[in-house]
Design a protein around this ligand. Structure first.
Ligand code: NAP
Length: 257
């Protein structure tokens, strides 16, 4: 077990796999105590990530399953993380779902609501309760959210996802303007296609594969979760105090803004 310098406490949602897991590993490497969230059915995977972090970095972990689309659970997740890790300096609202890959005319309102429930409502509640906790504790914290290249540029056959990821940019800008006076920065990352279970599930399902492939520009290159973790590491750092309200593209030239 290696004892690291402790930078504070970070909470990552959707941390059992994919981008969230890579972010949690990276923040632990950087020296944060890390709280790991995902849905309750992912508890075993979360425990495995926690064990890996404890063995590699010994920086301290806290496993907190919760559904980010449920306000009481988000509130509880933030307060118990803050109690367990003695504060909350960074939240990465990473949990998200892809939703249906279909033309607009075929999307049901249930499908629309389901995506927004997690991607925008869930992220809003993470921003809200983390901001309250950081303000109460006087922490000049970092709030970081998961947008997407699909939050910068419309994508055919992915209307609910695109709308949710565009919404995250607006929410991130607004929160940045409101929270700047407390020294809290609010930013988001906008990945291109990254090799994670989310993308693998879409590509192995014959009902979503053709529409998903049609939605990618020919210049698209697939990245790795660590490519996103490194930008999050920077946004979480003290040096990034002068960056706020941004949604930063990480996509190897697929889209420029
Ligand atoms: P992933 O592999 O599906 O991992 C996301 C994790 O979040 C899963 O374990 C998922 O559980 C969990 N989750 C879903 N709903 C939740 C909820 N209500 N509360 C708590 N956890 C929940 O996804 P990823 O590819 O790592 O993506 C992470 C984030 O980056 C997402 O917001 C995604 O939209 C965004 N993003 C990804 C890509 C990409 O190419 N991978 C590109 C752009 C943006 P289940 O597996 O049970 O759903």
């Amino acid at each position: 077990m290696v004892l690291t310098r402790l930078l504070g406490a970070a909470l990552v949602t959707g941390a059992s796999q994919g981008i969230g897991k890579a972010i949690a590993m990276r923040l632990a490497f950087d020296g944060y105590k890390v709280a790991l969230n995902d849905l309750a059915h992912k508890r075993e995977q979360l425990e495995a990530v926690a064990e890996d972090i404890d063995q590699k970095f010994g920086s301290g972990t806290f496993v907190i399953p919760a559904d980010v689309s449920q306000e009481e659970q988000v509130k509880q997740m933030i307060s118990s993380t803050s109690k367990a890790l003695d504060g909350l300096d960074v939240i990465v609202a990473n949990a998200g779902i892809a939703g249906p890959f279909k033309p607009i005319a075929d999307i049901s309102m249930e499908e629309w609501d389901q995506v927004h429930q997690v991607n925008i409502r869930g992220l809003f509640m993470c921003y809200k309760w983390a901001a309250k906790e950081m303000i109460a504790r006087g922490s000049q914290g970092r709030i970081i959210g998961a947008s997407s290249t699909a939050g910068k540029q419309g994508v055919p056959n992915a209307a609910p996802y695109v709308a949710s990821k565009f919404g995250i940019r607006g929410l991130t800008q607004t929160a940045a303007l409101e929270l700047g006076k407390y020294g809290i920065t609010v930013n988001a990352y906008a990945p291109g296609p990254i090799e994670t279970p989310m993308i693998e599930d879409i590509l192995k399902d014959p009902s979503t594969l053709p529409q998903a492939l049609n939605s990618l520009p020919s210049s698209a290159k697939v990245g790795q979760p660590e490519d996103i973790a490194s930008i999050v590491s920077y946004l979480a750092s003290k040096e990034a105090h002068y960056i706020t309200g941004q949604t930063i593209c990480v996509n190897a030239g697929m889209y420029f803004d």
